[in-house]
Design a protein around this ligand. Structure first.
Ligand SMILES: CC(C)(COP(=O)([O-])OP(=O)([O-])OC[C@H]1O[C@@H](n2cnc3c(N)ncnc32)[C@H](O)[C@@H]1OP(=O)([O-])[O-])[C@@H](O)C(=O)NCCC(=O)NCCSC(=O)C[C@@](C)(O)CC(=O)[O-]
Ligand SMILES: NC(=O)C1=CN([C@@H]2O[C@H](COP(=O)(O)OP(=O)(O)OC[C@H]3O[C@@H](n4cnc5c(N)ncnc54)[C@H](OP(=O)(O)O)[C@@H]3O)[C@@H](O)[C@H]2O)C=CC1
Length: 409
């Protein structure tokens, strides 16, 4: 069949849109699907159709039923000076967004931090979790099961690590409710965010457990104690992905010259807004102003899994007035990022990673993902510093009128 015949059959409903892949080469199938959809809906989609995406690279890897691409503006902030264990030096960071003023805002924060000598950053935990839920007949069996797991840790590790060359099972965190047991498997995943890796390894463990401890039935490989793509206390307390802390000391001269503010003013906004306001609002995971803005914009630019913005943007902003200077830190308990795998292999996303020198696998493995996490946390610090200043200065509305609506002040 040629492309016109396939489009006609799809429009008549004789084949499903996704079945077009069976009749045409990948990129022709992407075009035919869009043309069929245009005819079915009586609209035209030339912008979505105009893309550099190569569907033969995406099919069976990144997306199904593809009709083209969506383009989002990407800007850069920086240079941002970072004094990390992996990220050392001055960095430009790509942010993909449609929120006018966001990039300018983070950029001003970068300027202040860089002038102040840079952000210090540390990763204090690294591990991707997957937690299957098992049902057992009764609580005697639960106790036996937990003992059996403890006795068989080496074998479980061997089974898990037979599925991956980079993944390492670090620990198993058990949780019990009645006759239900969650085993929260925590993996080191090298430079990958690791969710496929951890899931594939966890399925192998579940099969092994069910064959050896036959009273335990795995109900679901993800039992929500993981917790993936959902806000949860377990991620906040134990960490998931990387737990990262970034800090800076901003001298009063820089607060005045760059941010037009004082340490006291920023500290007061942080206390009354980020801490008290979040508490009063009943928010238990996000004692911050806009971690999500920076996390989402970097995730989008670099091919991270966007749904993980949910937990990756949880965290705390802490400030102290030191003399006339400001100490500020951000803590991100569950930053889930990778520089290989998932969307990081797509051409524009890979280029965005290369702006920070973190595209692909690191040497040693894992070092690129850690460097990337340090850069993200430092950029979040810049975003928080600047927005707290801007709020104290009553700049928010003016900035968004100017950069969000194109209206001069
Ligand atoms: C917009 C500014 C920075 C102007 O601030 P300004 O001080 O008037 O700007 P300036 O023209 O004097 O430039 C100062 C620096 O800002 C940066 N800058 C300035 N303009 C640009 C630009 N076009 N592109 C890139 N960088 C820019 C740049 O670093 C520049 O230094 P320079 O390079 O010139 O030496 C300031 O008013 C501001 O930060 N306002 C706050 C805006 C903001 O933070 N928005 C974030 C999104 S808010 C939101 O989504 C979440 C929220 C608020 O709802 C969450 C919550 O509840 O808290
Ligand atoms: N399955 C699920 O439940 C879920 C899946 N996802 C999706 O999972 C994807 C991300 O999974 P993830 O496992 O990170 O990626 P991939 O599934 O792409 O796996 C990463 C691959 O890279 C290989 N690799 C090569 N070099 C390195 C290196 N330096 N460090 C680590 N791995 C390396 C790994 O090999 P090897 O394994 O042999 O080491 C593995 O094959 C995203 O698309 C995301 O949207 C998201 C949430 C849930």
């Amino acid at each position: 069949m040629n492309i016109d015949d396939v489009v006609e059959k799809a429009v008549k409903g004789e084949i499903e849109l996704h079945e077009i892949d069976n009749f045409l080469e990948a990129n022709a199938a992407m075009v035919a699907r869009r043309l069929a959809l245009e005819k079915i809906l009586g609209i035209s989609l030339p912008s979505i159709g105009s893309t550099i995406l190569d569907y033969s690279e995406i099919k069976n890897r990144n997306a199904e039923n593809v009709i083209g691409g969506i383009q989002i503006p990407v800007g850069v902030v920086g240079p941002l000076k970072i004094n990390g264990d992996y990220a050392k030096g001055n960095f430009y960071v790509p942010l993909a967004t449609t929120e006018g003023a966001l990039i300018a805002s983070v950029n001003r924060g970068c300027k202040a931090i860089t002038k102040a000598g840079g952000a210090k950053v540390k990763i204090i935990f690294d591990g991707m979790a997957r937690a299957p839920v098992f049902k057992l007949p009764n609580i005697d069996s639960v106790v036996n099961f937990l003992q059996w797991i403890n006795k068989n840790l080496d074998k479980i590790k061997e089974v898990a690590e037979s599925t991956t060359s980079h993944g390492k099972l670090k620990e198993i965190q058990p949780f019990v409710l009645g006759n239900n047991v969650w085993l929260r498997f925590v993996f080191e995943t090298g430079d990958a965010m690791g969710m496929n890796m951890a899931t594939i390894a966890s399925e192998a463990i579940c099969n092994f457990i069910e064959s050896e401890f036959t009273e335990a039935k795995c109900v679901a490989v993800s039992g929500n104690m993981c917790s993936d793509k959902k806000q949860s206390m377990v991620n906040s307390i134990f960490g998931r992905g990387k737990t990262v802390i970034a800090e800076a000391l901003i001298p009063s001269t820089i607060l005045k010259e760059v941010l037009r503010t004082t340490a006291e003013a920023i500290h007061e906004v942080n206390l009354r807004k980020n801490l008290l306001g979040s508490a009063r609002a009943g928010n238990i995971y996000q004692f911050n102003a806009h971690f999500a803005n920076i996390i989402a914009a970097i995730f989008l630019a670099t091919g991270q899994d966007m749904a993980q913005v949910v937990e990756s943007s949880s965290g705390y902003t802490w400030t102290e007035v030191r003399g006339e200077d400001l100490y500020i830190s951000v803590t991100l308990p569950s930053l889930e990022v990778g520089t290989v795998g998932g969307g990081t292999r797509l051409p524009t996303q890979r280029e965005a990673l290369s702006i920070m020198g973190v595209a692909g696998g690191g040497n040693p493995p894992g070092s690129n993902a850690k460097k990337f996490a340090e850069i993200i946390a430092s950029t979040v610090l810049a975003g928080e510093l600047n927005l707290l200043s801007a709020l104290g200065n009553k700049e928010l509305g003016r900035a968004h009128k100017m950069l969000g609506r194109g209206i001069k002040a």
